[in-house]
Design a protein around this ligand. Structure first.
Ligand code: FAD
Length: 317
């Protein structure tokens, strides 16, 4: 079932969260533990992130370094299938441009189609750690909208080389990312919104937002989207703070602000346990207000925060 249908048919505000594929060499059971901890709140769907490969340097016996490419978190497609089949909950794997060629993406789409997974989140993906700006793979896509084009063609039954296929059972439905506080590379909010509208006009069924800590930014974003003709559901993404240093790390990594009240409360925290409590309280307040304003669903960024998301969900669902 499509994410938008799941949301429309839900009698209450929807609940979803994301999981990361385990680090290479770790067991899938860690991910199942997260799902086990949160499934009593009836998630409508579960997102599975995708991570590009990165270069690392290894010592060699002759005293030199060798540069090798390593994917620390492989397995998104398999994880999505494992979750969907084990729990009968719709999986939404992320498909990214970064570090992937068009052919690799095509093979992933074929795998997903065979596995009965029909919901995707299409993203450009983060830049490689060694780069200062995003560079697509030699045969990859530059923007999420280009990836959408490939998925749209696939949905219409065409492979990359233009040949027809007869395997499309349920076409993919997909969402895209939106940034209430602007994407960090965008020269201004209107320009960012222009491209977001282009992504919606190209077939995105819904938008999931970057995390935010100030609901006013989300409400303003929704208003600005509606004003330029974006009418798909805009699912707010929120995250409970769990450790003290996220006070500076989250704004730096995700280019989001924290409101003064939250900053003041976090600065008072003597340890991570105290920060975690503040994080749960703040996130619960955010969620309650979002629900009272009729949001279609709430998406929780649960990395390192399963226990906190569970506490918030207990309060609101
Ligand atoms: P795009 O839509 O391509 O936008 C990137 C920038 O280019 C923006 O500034 C936009 O305004 C501009 N732009 C867009 N289209 C065009 C165009 N055609 N021409 C010129 N400019 C354009 N990253 C991962 O690596 N893995 C994940 O699993 C992952 N999951 C995420 C989930 C969510 C909900 C969100 C919000 C982000 C996620 N990210 C993930 C991070 C995301 O990949 C980065 O934020 C990335 O920098 C931008 O992705 P995008 O899809 O928004 O890119």
């Amino acid at each position: 079932m499509k994410v938008t249908d799941l949301i429309n048919e839900s009698k209450k505000t929807g609940f979803s969260f994301e999981v990361l594929p385990p680090l290479k060499g770790s067991s899938i059971d860690r991910v199942f533990k997260t799902v086990d901890a949160l499934r009593e709140f009836n998630p409508l769907y579960i997102n599975i992130t995708t991570h590009r490969s990165e270069y690392v340097y290894k010592d060699t016996p002759d005293g030199l370094y060798r540069r090798i490419s390593v994917r620390n978190r492989p397995g998104t497609v398999a994880m999505a299938a494992a979750i969907q089949h084990k729990y009968q909950i719709n999986a939404v794997p992320h498909v990214i441009c970064s570090g992937f060629s068009r052919s690799e993406t095509e093979y992933a789409l074929i795998d997903l189609n065979f596995l009965g997974i029909c919901n995707l989140l299409l993203l450009r993906g983060d830049k490689a750690k060694h780069e200062n700006r995003f560079t697509p793979d030699a045969d990859g896509h530059e923007h999420a909208i280009d990836l959408q084009g490939q998925v749209n063609n696939f949905n219409e039954g065409y492979f990359l080389d233009g040949t027809r296929m007869d395997l499309v059972r349920t076409p993919f439905s997909y969402g895209v990312a939106g940034y209430p506080e602007k994407h960090d590379e965008s020269p201004n909010p209107d320009e960012d919104l222009k491209w977001l509208k282009a992504k919606v006009d190209s077939g995105a069924d819904y938008i999931v937002t970057q995390m935010f800590f100030d609901n006013a930014k989300y409400f303003d974003f929704v208003e600005r989207c509606r004003a330029i003709g974006i009418h798909v559901p805009i699912i707010p993404g929120i995250k409970p703070v769990v450790v003290c240093n996220q006070l500076t790390v989250l704004p730096k990594v995700f280019h989001v602000d924290m409101p003064d009240t939250l900053v003041t409360e976090l600065r008072k925290c003597k340890d991570d346990a105290a920060a975690k409590e503040v994080g749960v309280e703040w996130c619960t307040l955010q969620a309650k207000e979002l629900i009272s304003r009729g949001v279609p669903s709430i998406h929780f960024y649960s990395m390192m925060a399963t226990e906190s998301v569970r506490k918030v969900a207990k309060e609101i669902y």
